[in-house]
Design a protein around this ligand. Structure first.
Ligand SMILES: Nc1ncnc2c1ncn2[C@@H]1O[C@H](COP(=O)(O)OP(=O)(O)OP(=O)(O)O)[C@@H](O)[C@H]1O
Length: 300
């Protein structure tokens, strides 16, 4: 597969602060990648450098093997950034047409409107009079206007209602099926878990994890068995079971943290505890996220 994005030892320093610190990764054609991390982790700075809108302090960013600032490369990339500024007094339909005219092979107008869910009434509205969620949707339409191969979405669903959010991710899936390469950031971890094939997790300017959502969850967060105990059950002895790391009770449910859920289950049955509503759960992405970002902080 072809490498479309490449960052080598990229650093960005603002005054004395390393916003992005020696970051290297590459993204191949057709991948859908989520860049995650807490506030200030360096996600937006990294995206701006990939777009050629910020110059790295050191290191090299390449898109399609070239400098992202080159005109031919710019035509291949679409971006939806956190701030969308629209031209005053133009209607939504006019702004969309204007953006289409910038590109050699724009996306078909009707298709663009349908993919981004604009109604005929919305298309007639003045672009500077849209609601926050509609403005995000317009940003999405403008990012797709050139039918570009590589798409960047920085916190795309902020301010969108549930329906717009659903449509947005459906469209992203359609774009992926058409072979587009997609890079996005989000603070909604469930979105990354559902959509991304790969997550690059940033913390304090560095990459602390890079893998599929399943990889990240299985390697880093704990699995657990949980159940509702009978009233007389004492949970202390569960701590002595092999492989058990921690046992705690929350809202009437007992949680047994372990990396061997099958073993814990068989012991629970063997000892004939009176327990009900048993669940086995793999760790959640938010737990992995927390674990990774806290650990680094502690290590410093
Ligand atoms: N233009 C700038 N001047 C000075 N510092 C900056 C500038 N842009 C970003 N920073 C700092 O660099 C660090 C990384 O910021 P960045 O916006 O990339 O983080 P982020 O991961 O996108 O955060 P968020 O989730 O809050 O959007 C932060 O400490 C931020 O304050």
């Amino acid at each position: 597969m072809k490498e479309i994005v490449s960052l080598k030892e990229v650093k960005k320093t603002f005054k004395n602060k390393n916003a992005v610190d020696s970051v290297s990764f590459s993204i191949k054609k057709g991948e859908i990648v989520a860049i995650l991390g807490p506030n200030g982790a360096g996600k937006t700075t990294t995206i701006l450098m990939m777009l050629g809108l910020l110059e790295p302090t050191s290191g090299k960013v390449q898109l399609f093997g070239h400098n992202p600032k080159e005109k031919e490369i710019r035509e291949k990339i679409g971006a939806m950034l956190q701030e969308v500024s629209v031209i005053d007094r133009l209607k939504v339909s006019e702004v969309i047409q204007l953006f289409r005219s910038y590109y050699p092979k724009p996306m078909d107008y009707d298709e663009l409107v349908s993919l981004t869910g604009f109604t005929p009434d919305e298309l007639k509205k003045r672009a500077d009079k849209l609601s926050g969620g509609q403005t995000r949707r317009l940003g999405f339409a403008l990012a797709l206007a050139g039918d570009q191969d590589l798409l960047f979405f920085d916190e795309p669903t902020v301010g969108m209602d549930i329906q717009s959010r659903k449509l947005f991710w459906q469209t992203v899936r359609t774009l992926k099926e058409r072979g587009k390469t997609i890079v996005f950031t989000t603070h909604y971890l469930q979105e990354a878990d559902d959509i991304a094939e790969r997550i690059i997790l940033f913390h304090q300017g560095k990459i602390v994890a890079d893998g599929t959502p399943v990889d990240i969850k299985s390697k880093l967060s704990k699995q657990y068995v949980s159940f509702i105990p009978s009233e007389e059950m004492s949970i202390d002895e569960l701590e002595n079971f092999p492989s058990v790391e921690k046992v705690y009770k929350e809202n009437g449910r007992v949680y047994v943290i372990t990396n061997e859920t099958d073993l814990v289950l068989s012991l629970l049955f063997e000892k004939k505890y009176k327990i009900t509503q048993i669940k086995v759960e793999e760790g959640r992405l938010d737990e992995a996220f927390e674990q990774l970002t806290v650990n680094v902080k502690e290590a410093i």
